[in-house]
Every structure is written in structure tokens, then in C-alpha cells.
Design a protein around this ligand. Structure first.
Ligand code: NAP
Ligand code: ZN
Ligand code: ZN
Length: 347
């Protein structure tokens, strides 16, 4: 076994603290990666604090992982020692169901294995994520990372990036579309960058007046403060799409009214409490509400390649590992510009 250092939550109510554990010896198709940077996703916080239920403790979060390959199994063909590599939210799936066959491993009909808080398909041991100095993962779930972009800004692409890129591509968002991004955090700032890059007119819907200048710098054409009823009213029946990235319970109906006929609200934010939506708010303008979960492996590589080509990275605040609990508190207050990324050299 491979001795590994990390940070874990030992229960829903305790702060994260240092945790030593072991990674498995390499299987024939495994890759060992020395983690250089790991992004801090709001899903890490939801899981560490048991907000979605079903957290297995100790829990080592982290699924926005970039690093360098230090070892490969005997049958590895896609990667070499010394190369950069990335790991996102998925580390395995059945690889034979209809969804897996289409590269939609996140929707594996037999249950995907997530990077943390998920039983491994071979040994049934709970997976541990990227708040650690190394990871061992099957090569089919490892991404190629360009050396042209700053690595700390690339790490968040592995979750915040693909989670916003994928629905924008699925709904073919681009020229001629009016798109709102709801919530300017990790996912929200990537949604603004991608939607603008794809040619849409982008409006930032935020509760934070202090983020207006940043929203425009990131590519938003307009900014509306959702706490101001006048600004909300002006946007009635306006958008083709709203991408909702909000992490806390909120009133979906207020935003549904901003959709024009046939408009779609795309939920990627995953608040712990269920939404209350009267059918009339959908019937009225033939509006619909949908959702999207990260993205499969082929699309994640496509997104990383698109970012390398177009110079797109996440705007990050690099933190030390022992700052993680403060980072969580700041994330809860919406005070992140726009992704915390842990420098693993500080572990
Ligand atoms: P984040 O960085 O904390 O950003 C969330 C943003 O939502 C905040 O910055 C804030 O923006 C806004 N917000 C917070 N509380 C709000 C409230 N009560 N009402 C209205 N707006 C509020 O979080 P994140 O990492 O982007 O993650 C966002 C959500 O997506 C989380 O629930 C996470 O679990 C989920 N997620 C889903 C997937 C998926 O596959 N679907 C993948 C990753 C994450 P303003 O200051 O601009 O209002
Ligand atoms: Zn995430
Ligand atoms: Zn499958």
C-alpha cells in the first residue's frame, strides 16, 4: 500500500484535519499522480458536512485535481511517467451500459464511482479525494492536461468547468441566445466565461453588488442585482436560458418568470432542500426546468482542450491546506473570487 497524507472530515460537525491513509498498490491500468493543486468545490462542503446525507467518514473531499504522474501500471497505454494529468469527479463506472458506451459515465446505469465518498468497484473501499498528496486512478478516468495554462487555474475546470460547459453544449447555447447565470461563485464564473465564449448575450444575476465589475470582466454583458425587485421585474420574459448555480435553498419561481416562451432553467446548483415549483409557472410560457451533472470523460477532455485553445482558466485564490476550514466559511458567505485552490505543496 502507498502511504498518503491528506485532510479529512471525521464527522459532519468537526472541522477538516490532517489524516494519514493508504492508497492501493497500482493495478495494471492504474496511474499514480502526485497532486499539485486541488480546487475547493461547494460539493466538497455539502459532503464533508453531511448536507446531502450518506457521507461516509472519514471523508477526504476534492475532485478538481491536477498533478504529475509518478508511476504507471504494467498495462497503461495512454500516459507516461512525468506527464501532467487531471482527475475530476469520476474514477470508475461499469463501462458497458448504454450511458457509459456513449461517454456519459456520470449517468452510469450501474452506478458511477465518484472520486470521494464512493465504494471502489473492485475492493469496495471508500474512495478518498484530492485533498491529499497523491492519488491512484484507472487511466480511463484520467485527463490529459496542457502545459500551456497555469495549473492552479486549470484544476477547477475538472468540476466547475465541465459542469457548466456540458449543459451549455447540450442545449446548444450560443449566438442569438440570451443567457442568465445565477450566482457568481466557482460554477457561475465558469458559466459566464463559457457562455460568452460561445457567443451568447450573458447577464449575471447576483445577490452581491460588489461582484458587478468582476462579472463584466469575466465576460458578462449585463448585471442585475436579484435583491432589487425593480431590476428583477425588468427581466420578466427575457432569457432563453438560466443556469442556476446557487448552492443554498432559494426561490426558483422568481427566476422562472424571467424565462421567455420555451425558455429553459438549467439547474446545476444542488441545494440540500427541495424546490417548490407550482406547475403554472412552467405551463404559462411553455417553460421547462432541467438539470445537469458534471460531464463524461470524452466531454471533459473536449472542454480541457477547448480551454487550452482559447486560453480559458478559472480565476483562483490559491490557499494553503490548513486554510481549508476558513475557506469553507468564506465560501458559505459567497466570499470567493472565484475558486479556492489548495497548493498541495503546503500539505
Ligand atoms: P460557490 O462557489 O459557493 O458559489 C455559489 C454562489 O451562489 C455564491 O457565490 C453566491 O453568488 C450564490 N448564492 C449563495 N447563496 C445564495 C442564496 N441564498 N441565494 C442566492 N444566491 C446565493 O459554489 P459552487 O462551487 O459554484 O457550487 C454551486 C452549487 O453547485 C453547489 O450546490 C454545488 O454542490 C453544486 N455543484 C453541482 C454540480 C453538478 O454536477 N450539477 C457540480 C459541482 C457543484 P452571488 O454572490 O453572486 O449571489
Ligand atoms: Zn465539484
Ligand atoms: Zn455504466
Amino acid at each position: 500500500m502507498i502511504a498518503t497524507k491528506g485532510y479529512a472530515a471525521q464527522s459532519a460537525t468537526e472541522p477538516l484535519s490532517p489524516f494519514n491513509f493508504e492508497r492501493r498498490e497500482l493495478r495494471p491500468h492504474d496511474i499514480q499522480i502526485e497532486i499539485m493543486y486541488c480546487g475547493v468545490c461547494h460539493s466538497d462542503l455539502h459532503t464533508a458536512r453531511g448536507e446531502w446525507g450518506a457521507t461516509i467518514y472519514p471523508c477526504v473531499p476534492g475532485h478538481e485535481i491536477v498533478g504529475r504522474i509518478t508511476n504507471v501500471g504494467n498495462h497503461v497505454t495512454k500516459f507516461k511517467v512525468g506527464e501532467l494529468a487531471g482527475v475530476g469527479c469520476l474514477v470508475d463506472s461499469c463501462r458497458e451500459c448504454t450511458n457509459c458506451m456513449q461517454g456519459l459515465e456520470q449517468f452510469c446505469l450501474n452506478g458511477a464511482t465518484f472520486t470521494y465518498n464512493s465504494p471502489d468497484k473492485v475492493d469496495n473501499i471508500n474512495t478518498y479525494g484530492g485533498y491529499s498528496n497523491q492519488i491512484v486512478t484507472d487511466e480511463s478516468f484520467v485527463l490529459h492536461i496542457s502545459d500551456r495554462l497555469p495549473l492552479e487555474g486549470v484544476a477547477p475546470l475538472l468540476c466547475a468547468g465541465i459542469t457548466t460547459y456540458s449543459p451549455l453544449r447540450y442545449w446548444k447555447v450560443g449566438n442569438g441566445h440570451k443567457v442568465a447565470v445565477l450566482g457568481l461563485g466557482g460554477l457561475g464564473h465558469m458559466a459566464v466565461k463559457f457562455a460568452a465564449s460561445f457567443g451568447a448575450e450573458v447577464t449575471m444575476l447576483s445577490t452581491s453588488p460588489s461582484k458587478e465589475a468582476d462579472a463584466r470582466r469575466l465576460g458578462a454583458h449585463h448585471f442585475a442585482l436579484t435583491k432589487d425587485p425593480e431590476q428583477v421585474k425588468k427581466l420578466s420574459n427575457y432569457f432563453d436560458f438560466i443556469i442556476d448555480t446557487v448552492s443554498a435553498p432559494h426561490d426558483y419561481n422568481m427566476y422562472l418568470h424571467m424565462l421567455r416562451t420555451n425558455g429553459v432553467m438549467i439547474c446545476v446548483g444542488a441545494p440540500p432542500a427541495p424546490a417548490q415549483i407550482p406547475a403554472f409557472n412552467l405551463i404559462g410560457n411553455r417553460r421547462s426546468i432541467g438539470g445537469s451533472l458534471i460531464g463524461g470523460l470524452p466531454e471533459t477532455q473536449e472542454m480541457l482542450d477547448y480551454c487550452a485553445e482559447h486560453g480559458i482558466t478559472s480565476d483562483v485564490e490559491v490557499i494553503k491546506m490548513d486554510y481549508i476550514n476558513e475557506a469553507y466559511e468564506r465560501m458559505l458567505k459567497g466570499d470567493v473570487r472565484y475558486r479556492f485552490v489548495i497548493d498541495m505543496a503546503t500539505l
